[in-house]
Design a protein around this ligand. Structure first.
Ligand code: SAH
Ligand code: SF4
Ligand code: F3S
Length: 479
């Protein structure tokens, strides 16, 4: 360790929530590294501990508050440590966080993350608690909200990136859909699409980093409703399909994905772009949320089940072999058994590659919390969750088993999470030559586990599927 290293301040970030938060944590790390900090993987080694938080369900918030509670003791013993709560819960709860956890020094919302290094310095210098969040979106005009929720786009240092072969790139901020159950539009602010030239420059920079590291690059474009991306340029409006064409030929870019899609904006030009562009993955995450028209109406999703099914047909006919995944909320306000069975029917017929299933959690400040009673008992939500999950797992297993003996291309992502639990050989002593259990993904986002040297990480390779076990596929390298 060089002598000056003892002087370098260290930070640790704990991240929960969606990919937006994972990306924000990386960008925050980039900012702190540029300001002279070093990232560590254990909170007890850190001078600055940051919690990047999520408010989408009550459970996510409860977990953060209990983790914050446990830090009180640490602060008593190490008063110089700086504790920061950042992200969506910071925006939502603001000063309440200081009241519930007085040992927290900083509360910073998603739009203020660019100021974080400066705020950390202020708190470390004894400047007292710092609160930096956007104004409540409901208190001003749409334009005020746009000014107030300023996009956060710092430079992306390679050292801050979790992997050189995978990157997320935000193409839009916020959300204007206001589904009645959802807190995201109020914590992430109004929908704002980034200029295409800025996105292209960022992807080019990431691709150059990947080329220098000798790896392939997979880019995932991010937006809460990524396919409603539209940028008004002087010579016309740029949509997601146009952006895919614009990015496709960037040297060093191997795969291009985008999440999450809104069923309403799965347009024919988008489907044609996916079908035509070989680097764009034939994979659509298009949350349905429910299979019942009355529930969809109460959720203000602005489509019917019939329209959703028609959209699935268009995906399957324009992009043959595409994989579709969904999100569902069970036990939404007033959901009857019949309405729930409509959701079961949709899942049975649509045969999603997989679905994420959530029990409805009422969010104060949303329309659903104001208009409807959270009247489905917890036990019923739990039972519906299990029932839908069991059905989905059955479908996932059946679809997986069809891949047996087929050869698929995977991007090797890293050591396998499945293997990590069983592997007692010790990852650290591993070198490029020895074999370890690796995990990768097909273009349709299926996880494949295989044995191979670590030097395969970041490469796209053909793999023969030899076993389909539960929800996991096992493959062997084709030589
Ligand atoms: N913008 C994305 C997803 C945002 S949140 C989209 O629209 O697809 C991710 C998922 O959390 C949602 O798709 C929804 O299924 C779930 N979710 C959102 N609010 C919720 C709530 N109040 N209770 C339970 N699940 C919720
Ligand atoms: Fe929430 Fe709906 Fe926006 Fe998705 S589209 S973030 S579910 S309000
Ligand atoms: Fe959670 Fe914020 Fe994402 S509320 S789901 S981390 S946008």
């Amino acid at each position: 360790m060089p002598p000056h290293d003892n002087m370098t301040k260290r930070f640790y970030i704990e991240t929960v929530g969606c990919q937006m938060n994972v990306l924000d944590s990386e960008l925050v790390a980039s900012g702190l590294i540029s300001a002279g900090y070093r990232q560590v993987s254990r909170s007890r080694e850190a001078d600055v501990v940051l919690f990047n938080t999520c408010s989408v369900r009550q459970h996510a918030e409860d977990k953060i508050y209990s983790a914050l509670g446990r830090l009180k003791n640490v602060k008593d013993h190490y008063p110089h440590k700086v504790f920061a709560v950042i992200g969506c819960m910071a925006q939502k709860d603001g000063a309440l966080i200081f009241r519930r956890a007085p040992h927290v020094d900083l509360v910073v919302g998603p739009s203020q993350l660019g100021r974080l290094p400066e705020l950390v310095d202020l708190a470390a210098a004894g400047g007292g608690p710092q609160l930096e969040i956007s104004l409540d979106r409901s208190q001003g005009s749409h334009l005020d909200a746009k000014r107030n929720f300023t996009p956060f786009n710092p430079e992306r240092l390679l050292e801050a990136r979790p992997a050189a072969h995978q990157a997320m790139v935000r193409i839009m901020f916020g959300c204007d859909m206001f589904c009645t159950y959802c807190i995201v539009p109020s914590v992430r602010g109004p929908e704002q699409s980034r200029p295409p030239e800025e996105i292209e420059a960022e992807v080019r920079q990431l691709a150059r980093q990947a080329i220098r590291q000798g790896v392939c690059l997979e880019v995932t474009l991010l937006g809460q409703t990524v396919n409603s991306y539209r940028y008004h340029a002087p010579n016309g409006t740029v949509h997601l399909a146009d952006l895919l064409y614009r990015l496709h030929d960037i040297e060093g870019l191997s795969r291009l994905k985008y999440v999450s899609n809104c069923p309403k904006f799965i347009t024919q030009p988008l489907l044609r772009a996916v079908a035509e562009l070989p680097k764009v993955t034939p994979y659509f995450h298009v949350p349905a949320q429910s299979g019942s028209n009355s529930v969809l109406h109460r959720m203000k999703r602005n489509y019917t089940v019939e329209q959703y099914r028609e959209m699935l047909d268009r995906i399957n006919s324009t992009v043959p072999g595409a994989a579709v995944t969904s999100d569902f909320i069970v036990g939404f306000c007033g959901e009857t058994e019949e309405e729930f069975q409509d959701t079961m029917r949709l899942v049975r017929e649509a045969r999603f590659k997989n679905s994420f299933i959530f029990k409805y959690s009422t969010r104060p400040g949303t329309k659903a919390a104001e208009l409807y009673e959270d009247d489905v008992p917890y036990k019923v939500k739990q039972r519906r969750n299990n029932e839908l999950l069991a059905l989905q797992n059955e479908i996932t297993e059946e679809l997986n088993s069809r891949l047996l003996r087929q050869t698929v291309e995977i991007l090797v992502e890293g050591p396998s999470k499945v293997g990590a639990k069983q592997d007692t050989s010790g990852d650290k002593s591993d070198n490029n030559g020895s074999v370890t259990q690796l995990g990768g993904r097909t273009v349709c986002d299926r996880i494949v586990v295989l044995d191979g040297p670590r030097s395969l990480i970041g490469q796209i390779i053909p793999v023969k599927i030899v076993q389909s076990c539960g929800l996991t596929l096992f493959g062997e390298r084709e030589v």
